[in-house]
Design a protein around this ligand. Structure first.
Ligand code: SF4
Length: 743
């Protein structure tokens, strides 16, 4: 590496900052490929390959990046990586192409007096950022500015953002878009296991005798995980619980096409049968759980007639489901957004956890109560975003935890708030109540993805100052911003992601960010300096340095990864799952490269036992009516689309693999009643908004239900802003709509 890289990588970034004359940013912009990768020499050879993890979904596939003159020119899936074993989905194959989009943010943009965004220097942008945020705080109090973050940036950047905002800038409120996908699982695990700890490893897909997928469509949402299921040689029973005949349901040996949101009743009904027949693991229950008697009494009223009525299933289907759980030696339960994005998501997830616990299906190969997460680094966000949890899965309300983290960071513990943040919906409501006046949105697209989108945009418009930090200046949210900070994306910076099975994977810089775009990490460093709190972050010199801080924060926690030496060490092992305490530091690469939690039957609760938690199912907040007779289901459209399509829409290849226009799936019988023909444009309306969509007639949706993919900008015009009471996760999956033929 040349001298400049060594200089920046070593620390002098902060000593350069005081000049505020643009010299720092010029030097950052000029740094060559391989910046900061001193530990990874193969990454800086001009014509070579290097390995890194994908930056779309939580599967965390390993990719081999092919370099030419030091820049990535192509990629291929890694055959040696224990996650994907040589496979990648279309998004992974196209990961580089989306970096070249013409709408990349290449310079800071500031709204002028004509309400138009125009390019400004970094110095102007940062002075504006700090000046206006501080003015808001001076007028409305320190908690009147907040941030919304993401599950898409490296863990080191999340940690920096959370620490900067809360310990440096005096914010109390900040949340992530992971609230929209994973909050339910986090709360369900914390309450049941004592820590947010998905217990599984991907080998469990291959080692199960029965796999139960609830509200989960891995065929398109997690296609490489589904490929792992296809490698299962145990002739597994595959049970899919979903109102729709999804792509995954088509492969199921049992498809339980329940009424929307009746899964909680189904799980309680199955538990009742298991108790009744004595199909429970009494030894495991006695040693490793608490609350079994109360749970058995609670499910007694969930007899077959009741569960049949509530789920719409036949009695034989429910009985066969319970028999499958009993008959098969290794049963694994998997859930995703069909469970999480619900007004009763936490208790539904815990109903699944209860089935696993009462039958001893946890801690053994091919078992587990397994939440599959969504974004590439949702798991990093869950541990290090510093929002509802203090860094490293600690508790803001715990004085000993604050002291510990403050000691590691070398700051006064009084700087650490003694309470967690408002959740995303509470921050949005705070805008409505004029409690939040300034908002910093980092790598997420609120104006598209937040529930009841029309109202969400009204809330954003009420802000005094909206800053968007993103790769693209054209997102729906960036277009509303007062200030846009141009950020580098995946492949243009370094750090670590944590995938669904708790595996750390390394992200490397293999491309230059375009124009003046900077890694989020560097933007945070600059803001710390301009804000005047850089002295708190003198050790936060590089992602690798922050990784060391994170390791120290994790020590003694269930997620302890203090035994991971450095990025190279992780790389050599094909990624490493937490926990990895100091005792594992000297371990040779593990040939199986897989490990699961709770093999000893001990959990992270004070008693060491898992808790069986339950609650009466709640009524659907907005059931269908005569005026709005259909239940709207939303979800992933294809394997080629990703969330708000900020990136996937930029790939010509991916665009060919999904319908460009929004579509709505309607049951053919309903379509006949509506006199709607195939491929006809219709209007879908809820009480909150309307959208145009092309009618796709398919028996995959049941009568009285329609389905629209979540990726289209208009979809959240319809959704209803209700939330799970424990996780505050939005309930995207069920609201009432009507179909109107276009005149
Ligand atoms: Fe990337 Fe996920 Fe596709 Fe793997 S499955 S290539 S991690 S998007």
């Amino acid at each position: 590496m040349n001298q400049l890289v060594e200089r920046i990588a070593d620390l002098p970034i902060l000593s350069l900052l005081h000049q505020r004359d643009g010299r720092l940013t010029r030097e950052l912009l000029q740094h060559p490929t391989g910046y900061g990768l001193g530990q990874l020499p193969d990454a800086v050879r001009p014509n070579a390959t290097t390995n890194m993890v994908c930056g779309f979904c939580s599967t965390g596939c390993g990719l081999r990046i092919h370099l030419q003159d030091g820049e990535a020119v192509s990629l291929s899936p890694l055959t040696s990586y224990p996650v994907n074993l040589g496979m990648a989905c279309p998004k992974g194959w196209e990961a580089l192409s989306v970096l070249d989009a013409p709408d990349r943010a290449t310079t800071p943009l500031l709204k002028n007096t004509r309400d138009q965004l125009e390019p400004v220097s970094w110095d102007t942008a940062l002075q504006t950022f700090t000046g206006r945020m501080k003015a808001i705080q001076a007028k409305h109090g320190p908690h009147s500015v907040a941030f919304l973050s993401t599950g898409q940036i490296p863990t080191e950047e999340m940690a920096y953002l959370g620490a900067l905002a809360k310990f440096g800038m005096g914010m109390l409120h900040g949340d992530g878009n992971t609230r929209q996908c994973m909050a339910t699982s986090v709360v369900a695990y914390k309450q049941a296991f004592g820590f947010d700890a998905p217990p599984y490893t991907y080998a469990d897909f291959e080692e199960s005798d029965a796999l139960v997928f609830a509200g989960s469509n891995p065929c398109i949402a997690h296609p490489i995980m589904w490929e792992r299921v296809m490698r299962n040689r145990r002739s597994p029973e595959i049970v899919v619980i979903d109102p729709r005949m999804t792509e995954t349901a088509m492969y199921a040996t049992q498809h339980l096409a329940i009424k929307p949101k009746s899964d909680q009743a189904l799980f309680y009904g199955a538990a009742r049968i298991l108790f009744e027949k004595g199909w429970v693991d009494r030894k495991f229950i006695e040693v490793s759980t608490e609350g079994i008697e109360a749970f058995e009494a609670f499910v007694a009223p969930f007899d077959l007639p009741r569960v049949v009525a509530e789920t719409g299933l036949k009695a034989e289907q429910i009985e066969r489901f319970a028999e499958t759980i009993h008959d098969r030696e290794r049963v694994s339960f998997w859930w995703t957004m069909g469970v999480n994005q619900s007004y009763q998501g936490v208790r539904t997830a815990q109903a699944i956890i209860n089935l696993a616990l009462m039958t001893g299906n946890i801690g053994r190969p091919g078992t587990g109560a397994n939440s599959i997460t969504g974004q590439c680094n949702a798991m990093g966000s869950r541990l290090f975003s510093n929002t509802t949890n203090l860094l490293g899965g600690h508790d803001f309300a715990n004085a000993a935890h604050r002291e510990k983290v403050a000691g590691i960071l070398g700051i006064d513990a009084a700087r650490i708030p003694s309470e967690g943040s408002w959740s995303y919906n509470e921050i949005m409501e705070g805008i409505l109540r004029d409690r939040i006046k300034g908002l910093w949105v980092v790598c997420t697209n609120t104006a598209h993805s937040w529930i009841n989108q029309g109202f969400a945009r009204e809330m954003l418009e009420r802000l005094d100052f909206l800053v968007v930090q993103d790769m693209y200046h054209t997102t729906e949210t960036a277009r509303m911003a007062d200030l846009v900070l141009p950020a580098a994306g995946w492949g243009e910076k370094e750090g670590t992601f944590i995938n669904s099975e708790r595996r750390f994977g390394v992200l490397k810089k293999v491309r230059r960010a375009p124009g003046e775009a900077l890694a989020d990490f560097h933007i945070f460093q600059l803001i710390a300096h301009y804000w005047g709190c850089a002295d708190l972050f003198t050790r936060w010199t590089s992602p690798a340095a922050v990784f060391e801080i994170m390791k120290a924060c994790s020590r003694g926690q269930p997620c302890d990864f203090s035994g991971m030496q450095d990025y190279r060490w992780i790389d050599e092992r094909g990624g490493v799952q937490w926990p990895c305490p100091a005792a594992d530091s000297g371990a040779a690469p593990d040939p199986t490269q897989e490990r699961r939690l709770f093999e000893d039957g001990r959990f992270y609760t004070p008693s060491g036992r898992a808790k069986l938690l339950f609650e009466e199912p709640r009524p659907m907040p907005e059931p269908p009516t005569a005026a709005y007779p259909y239940i709207l289901l939303t979800g992933r459209g294809t394997a080629s689309q990703w969330h708000t399509q900020t990136r996937t829409a930029k790939s010509a290849v991916l665009r060919k693999l999904y319908p460009e226009q929004a579509f709505v799936e309607i049951n053919p019988a309903d379509a006949r009643g509506l006199n709607v023909r195939p491929n006809e444009w219709v209007t879908v309306e809820s009480q909150r908004g309307r959208m145009q969509a092309m009618a796709v007639l398919t028996p995959a949706v049941q009568r009285g239900q329609v389905f629209i993919p979540m990726h289209y900008e208009e979809t959240n015009q319809l959704t209803d802003a209700v939330f799970d009471p424990y996780s505050k996760q939005p309930s995207y999956k069920a609201c009432a709509v009507r179909i109107v033929r276009r005149p």
